[in-house]
Design a protein. Sequence first.
Length: 93
Amino acid sequence: MVDSEVWQVHYDDLSKLKSGSEAFRSFYIAALEQVMAAIDESRIKLIIMTAEERYASLLKEEPVLLQQIPLQYLASILGVTPRHLSRIRNNIC
């Protein structure tokens, strides 16, 4: 994995921000909508695409990310076993 920095906001502080700032509330709602859309897209891909198609899509959309994720996590994201992911990667490369 890579070094990261995590910020934490206490729930009470978040509530104050949402109720006290229209700009923050708009930002918060937009962020939630993006997350929900990404979850929906991920679920749809799991249903309608093959594992090979999902891997190819991820390779096209996030090539740098694929180099940073351990294979067992990548396999989990794609909904396959690490062994099946190895076969997919061998067929594509």
